[in-house]
Write a protein that binds this ligand. Structure first.
Ligand code: ADP
Length: 352
């Protein structure tokens, strides 16, 4: 398998739209990287530049220490799995999986062995004689992966591979992709707009917004120490709550509540005394009991947890409590925050 280096990549389309700005990433051999961000932030464009399906406007792409910036796709030894599977309807599953190997005129016996091995890994052995329209969406997605696996490429690219599957199948297929990654020890670059996929699949996440990389790090790093307001709001579900607060006399003061700062937080915010900053609190870091009053407007039971939505004065808040709660609209619940995040209001950057 292989390492990959994306160096100062820019993409400017013919209509002068710049979709990607100065993208930098070194992917280690066998690493699973997930590019995540909202629709239109430049994820697919980045992936397509790696695949060679889009020209690189500026910068360099290195695969295994070789500059492939200008190399055509077929010579890059990369396999891409798309969300629409792109299977040939008139061919059997076997023929679909063997297709690219037949095209490059590999030895027939070797092709046969490779297809059988991939089918075995993906649980498709009994489906090889069927046509794509006889398979479920999940099975078709596995065939699409099988087509990539037989090529033993240097790098696997996935472009939103699960977005056409229903929620339950998405979870199951996600787990299969994880197992596949373990089994093949392959270098993978995976694009999604779904933060859950990013958190559950990635060794490292690249979070993007409007063509710019916002943060690169492990799932825990992005969840626990988001670099800025964008990452803080994008990673985590339900999203982090934000409040404008004034820092004064060891407290964070909002219209409607004041919370005490810990000694460590006071130290961190020493330059912000008298200033307004943004306080971020994850729903799961809000606990019942405390001096912040929430007026409840909805109570959503999820089984092990309950989402309680309400207002703190004029501000919306979502709390995620551990137990089954039965609050009614109009109830008041007292809460406190057991972990807080702070952001500079001007730059949006986390205050460390
Ligand atoms: P994502 O994958 O994050 O949804 P894309 O990489 O598809 O985002 O798109 C990034 C930006 O580039 C968007 O503003 C999109 O409209 C623009 N874009 C994508 N493809 C083209 C194209 N072929 N020509 C012009 N602009 C494009």
């Amino acid at each position: 398998m292989s390492s990959l280096s994306l160096q100062h990549l820019d993409k400017i389309y013919d209509n002068k739209v710049q979709a990607v700005f100065d993208f930098n990433l070194d992917v280690k051999d066998g690493e699973f990287i997930v590019l995540v961000g909202p629709s239109g932030c430049g994820k697919s464009t980045t992936l397509r530049m790696v695949a060679g399906l889009e020209d690189i406007s500026k910068g360099k792409l290195i695969i295994d220490n070789k500059d492939v910036t200008k190399m055509p796709p077929k010579d890059r030894d990369i396999a891409m799995v798309f969300q629409n599977y792109a299977l040939y309807g008139h061919m059997t599953i076997y023929e679909n999986m063997a297709f690219s190997l037949n095209l490059r005129r590999d030895n027939k016996n070797e092709i046969h062995q490779k297809v059988l091995a991939a089918a075995e890994i993906l649980g498709l052995t009994d489906q090889l004689n069927k046509k794509p329209n006889q398979l479920s969406g999940g099975q078709r997605q596995r065939v699409a992966m099988g087509r990539a696996i037989v090529r033993t490429p240097k790098v696997f690219l996935f472009d939103e591979p699960l977005s056409n599957l229903d929620a339950k199948l998405r979870g199951a297929t996600r787990r299969e992709i994880l197992l596949l990654h373990k089994r093949l020890n392959a270098t993978m670059l995976y694009v999604t707009h779904d933060q859950t996929e990013a958190l559950t699949l990635a060794d490292r996440i690249v979070c993007m917004s409007m063509g710019h990389v916002q943060q690169i790090g492990t799932p825990l790093e992005l969840y626990d120490t988001p670099a800025n307001l964008f990452v803080a709001g994008f990673i985590g579900l339900p999203p982090m709550n934000f409040f404008d607060v004034e820092i004064k006399d060891g407290q964070a003061i909002c219209d409607g509540f004041a919370v005490d700062l810990t000694p460590e937080e006071k130290d961190r915010l020493v330059d912000y005394d008298g200033k307004t900053i943004v306080l971020g609190v994850r729903p799961e870091n809000i606990v019942e009991g405390g001096n912040v009053s929430v007026e409840v407007f909805s109570n959503e039971n999820l089984g092990q947890t309950t989402l309680v939505n309400g207002m703190v004065n004029k501000h919306r808040i979502t709390c995620k409590f551990r137990d089954w709660c039965n609050y009614k609209a109009g109830d008041t619940v007292q809460v406190s925050f057991n972990r807080k995040h702070f952001f500079d209001k001007e730059t949006g950057n986390a205050i460390r």
